[in-house]
Design a protein around this ligand. Sequence first.
Ligand code: 3PG
Length: 211
Amino acid sequence: MSAVDARALLHGQRIVPVYTPGSVDEALAVARALNAGGIGAIEVTLRTPVAMEAIAAIARDVPGMHVGAGTVLDIEQMQGAKDAGATFIVSPGSSRELLYAAVERRIAYLPGVATGSEVMAALAAGHRLLKVFPAEAINALELIAAWRGPFAQVSFCPTGGIDAVRARDYLRLPNVACLGGSWLTPSDALRAGDWPRIEALAREAAALATD
Ligand code: 3PG
């Protein structure tokens, strides 16, 4: 059995905002604002009790948005997120269990990697689009550029510490398919319910991806 092709699923989605939901209503407003700004995929982290419900609501009510689940640490969360409507699953790292569960359960999966050995383990399970985390802390710009040689068949999605300025540098690397970050959903904008600001940030990010 081969892994579901996450790269094909997220094709064209070069910016994938990482968002931790405060409530279901907030999540819907955020997803709509991001989508209105030209963003077509979102990673909702499972870091708050409302996260699964938020994923279900976005999957149901924001048709233009691919919704994924992030911070997935075990198989129960992986399956729960899929059942809630997540079309892709993201982890900050990877485990053998998750790498193979995603293949067996036909789930598009972006395991997290930070070393060549982790890339090899993910590749052995058939995964070809890998999250690189925490990108800025591990100098992922140089790391991903260096991985082009030995891992030519792999694409990367760096996240962690990336903002609109750094995004431009990462997007120039041919093996960066997409990248993620929470800079599109700043906490003060969430607190204030400032959806126009989130839409504006999305628009700016979407434009970066077409530069
Ligand atoms: C994460 O999973 O926390 C993401 O990588 C987001 O990182 P950021 O908040 O530094 O953008």
